[in-house]
Design a binder for this molecule. Structure first.
Ligand code: NAD
Length: 353
C-alpha cells in the first residue's frame, strides 16, 4: 500500500453513540455548561420535541417546531426571534439535516452553539457546512462555528423512520462516502471512514428497510451515517454533489432521492478517473462493479431509479447541464457540457451504462 502526502485537520466535536444515548443529553448540556436550550424540531415531529424539552426540565428555554427543508431565511429569522425571546444560550436539535441546518444558522447568528441529536442518516451533524435559502437561491458555506459541539446518536430514535426516508438518506450518506474516497483532499483517515461507512450503510439500510424495528440494523446504519458525516465534514466533494445541488436548487427535486438516483451514474462516469477509490467503494459493497451494485441497491431499497419519477423533465436537461458546467470544480475527470447532458439523460430514464 502506498500512502500519498496529506493534510488532515480533525474537527472539534464530541460524539455520544448507542441505544439509549438520548438519556445522556441533560448531562451533556451540563458538561458543556449550557443552561438555556432552544429545542429545534420539524412540525411533523413536534411531539418528540415536546418530550425532549420536558426531559431537559429547566435546561429547556423554549421549543421552536418550525424546522423546514433547505433552511429558508424567513424561518431562520423567526427562530432567531424565538431564541432571543427565550434568552437561549444554545440549541438542541432533534431530527435530520433540515433541523440540524436550522441549528447551524443560529450558530452563525446569534452565535448559539448546537447539540445535535441525529435521527436520519444524512450526516449534517458532523460537518461545518451550512446553507440558507433566500429568494430561491441557497447560499452555502463552510464555517467551523456551525459544527455541532456535541452529537448524540441514539438508534432507538430511528426505529420509526419511514422506509423511504431510511433508504434515501442512507443513499445520500453513501454518496458522501463515495465522493470522499476520490476527493481532492482525501487522506487515509477519511478514506477509512468512507469505506467503512459504505459497508455499514449498505448493510444497515438493507436490513432496516426489510425489518424497521431491527435495532442492530438501525445501529449499523446510524454508525455508517456518523462515519459518512465525518468524511463529508473533512474533505471537499465533487461532481455528484454539484449535480444534486443544481437539481435541488433549480428544479426543486427532493434532496435525498436525487442523491440516490444520480449516484450510480456519477460512479460510472468517474470510474476511469478514480479507479482505486471506486474499487474501494466496490469492495465495501461486496461487489466487483460499484456503479452496478449501487443501481441494484436502489431497487432493493424500494427507491426510484429515474429522475423523471421525482419531477425532472427532459426539457430541463440543457439548463441543468449549463448550471453544472458553469464553473469548474475538482473532480477525478473533467466534465464537459455534453458529459453532463449524457449523464443526466441516463439518470432521467434509469439507464445505467
Ligand atoms: P429531513 O431533515 O428533511 O427529514 C426528513 C423528514 O423525516 C422530516 O419530515 C422529518 O421530520 C422526518 N424525520 C426525521 N427523523 C425522523 C425519525 N427518526 N422518525 C420519523 N420521522 C423522522 O431530511 P434529511 O435527509 O435528514 O436532511 C436533508 C437536508 O439536510 C437537506 O436539506 C440537505 O441539504 C441537508 N444536508 C446538509 C448537510 C450538511 O453537511 N450541511 C449534509 C447532508 C444533508
Amino acid at each position: 500500500m502506498k500512502i500519498a502526502p496529506f493534510t488532515f485537520e480533525s474537527l472539534p466535536s464530541r460524539v455520544v453513540f448507542g441505544a439509549g444515548a438520548l438519556a445522556r443529553v441533560p448531562d451533556e448540556l451540563d458538561r458543556l455548561g449550557w443552561k438555556r436550550a432552544l429545542v429545534l424540531v420539524t412540525p411533523q415531529r413536534r411531539g418528540q420535541g415536546e418530550e425532549l424539552a420536558a426531559a431537559l426540565g429547566s435546561r429547556a428555554a423554549g421549543l421552536f417546531a418550525e424546522a423546514r427543508p433547505h433552511v429558508p431565511v424567513d424561518m431562520v429569522m423567526r427562530a432567531r426571534a424565538a431564541a432571543a425571546a427565550a434568552g437561549a444560550d444554545c440549541t438542541v436539535s432533534i431530527g435530520g439535516g433540515s433541523t440540524v441546518g436550522l441549528g447551524k444558522a443560529l450558530s452563525l447568528d446569534p452565535g448559539l452553539p448546537q447539540l445535535a441529536i441525529a435521527t436520519t442518516y444524512a450526516g449534517s451533524e458532523m460537518t461545518p457546512l451550512w446553507g440558507i435559502t433566500e429568494g430561491g437561491v441557497k447560499q452555502t458555506g463552510r464555517d467551523v462555528r456551525v459544527q455541532p459541539r456535541a452529537v448524540v446518536y441514539d438508534p432507538l430514535l430511528t426505529l420509526g423512520l419511514p422506509g423511504r426516508v431510511t433508504a434515501a438518506s442512507a443513499m445520500n450518506a453513501i454518496a458522501h462516502c463515495v465522493e470522499a474516497l476520490y476527493s481532492i483532499d482525501a487522506n487515509p483517515m477519511t478514506s477509512l471512514s468512507a469505506e467503512e461507512g459504505i459497508r455499514a450503510l449498505a448493510a444497515g439500510a438493507r436490513a432496516a428497510v426489510a425489518a424497521p424495528d431491527d435495532i442492530d440494523a438501525r445501529t449499523l446504519a446510524l454508525y455508517g451515517a456518523y462515519l459518512s458525516g465525518s468524511a463529508l465534514g473533512a474533505v471537499g466533494m465533487a461532481l455528484h454533489h454539484k449535480l444534486c445541488h443544481v437539481l435541488g436548487g433549480a428544479f426543486d427535486l427532493p434532496h435525498a432521492e436525487t442523491h440516490a438516483i444520480v449516484l450510480p451514474h456519477v460512479v460510472r462516469f468517474n470510474q476511469s478517473g478514480a479507479p482505486e477509490a471506486i474499487a474501494r467503494a466496490a469492495r465495501a459493497l461486496g461487489a466487483g462493479d460499484a456503479a452496478a451494485a449501487l443501481f441494484d441497491l436502489l431497487a432493493e431499497l424500494g427507491l426510484p431509479r429515474r429522475l423523471d419519477e421525482i419531477g425532472l423533465r427532459a426539457e430541463d436537461l440543457p439548463r441543468a447541464a449549463d448550471l453544472v458546467t458553469q464553473r469548474s470544480y475538482p473532480n477525478p475527470r473533467a466534465v464537459t457540457r455534453e458529459d453532463a447532458l449524457e449523464l443526466l439523460g441516463d439518470a432521467l430514464v434509469g439507464r445505467l451504462r
